[in-house]
Design a binder for this molecule. Sequence first.
Ligand SMILES: Cc1ncc(COP(=O)(O)O)c(C=O)c1O
Length: 361
Amino acid sequence: MDLTPEIELIEGEVLDAIRRVVRSGRFVLGPEVEAFEREAAAYLGVRHAVGLNSGTDALVIALRAMGIGPGDEVITSPFTFVATAEAVSRVGATPVFVDIDAASFNLDVSLIEAAVTDRTRCVIPVHLFGHAADMGPLLALVKDRGLFVLEDTAQALGGRYDGRALGTLGDAGAFSFFPTKNLGAFGDAGMLATDDDGIAERARVLRVHGAKQRYLTEVHGYNSRLDEIQAAVLRVKLPRLDEGNAQRRQVAGFYTDALAGVTAIKTPAVATYAKHVYHQYTIRVVGQDRDRVVSRLGEMGVQAMVYYPVPLHRLPIYEGLGYELPVADTAAREVLSLPIWPGLSREVQSRVVAALIDAVR
Ligand SMILES: Cc1ncc(COP(=O)(O)O)c(C=O)c1O
């Protein structure tokens, strides 16, 4: 991924913002963070945005703010970045994996019901690659069961489900501003968004060592404060997010058109309910050795990435749970993500397509 075209565009504004912070002498949880929280909440249309120091912490702190801990089960996807399930384990609860939907790579909502037990407290759908999980049936399913819904929106800020902003449909949304994300800081940063006053209030306490009043810790918390410099950078970039996402959609449209009819490749499907923000443009390589295609692309100067080569139920930390999740296993064998970012030139896009067609020939 090449972040430089975007950075060049905003360099002056970002340096001004950083200078403002340097001169203020306030570096952690100050006016920039407060302003960013207000602006991000307004962007999403939620009551509360809580700045944290990573997306992983946003998941952990959201679960803690929901009161989830040892003895509890949390249903989630096996096909995601490890942080999703790691957060569940970190609060002492147990992740319960259900298989994914082959088209969207997201949780197969029709399998959730069978996985619910009397210990289930929460479901974490992951809006993977920028495409919404099927939130309508999911919310209907949890409604009468008293389960929390925590949306892992790390890859999908700006995406929508039936017109509604991702990360605002459940009880809370967790966001990552890791530099390569659609809204990226210049270091680690994250956020929790919620309409629930109680969750927001508890998250604000948990991020500062569980102390409502300084030095009077009431619960075991974390140091998960957002830096002023990161917040100032995010404030410069947030107003450009929708434009960047639109550019990602254009790149995706070009790839999808150019690859139509290539039998060894299955381009991403977009559900009618989803506004995709293409954090990744992820294809499947069918009937061929995906890893060979990746290395052939590499030889031609195209860096394709595999998100994710090992589904979570096959990781050393979770394989002992004994899951068999064939749809996720197949996805892990077949997927390949092509270069995509705002400002990616048409010339490079054409080279990517030509190299890919050559690589699967
Ligand atoms: C789906 C998903 N969840 C959680 C995270 C964790 O975010 P962070 O890297 O900011 O901790 C990431 C990103 O890395 C992610 O892609």
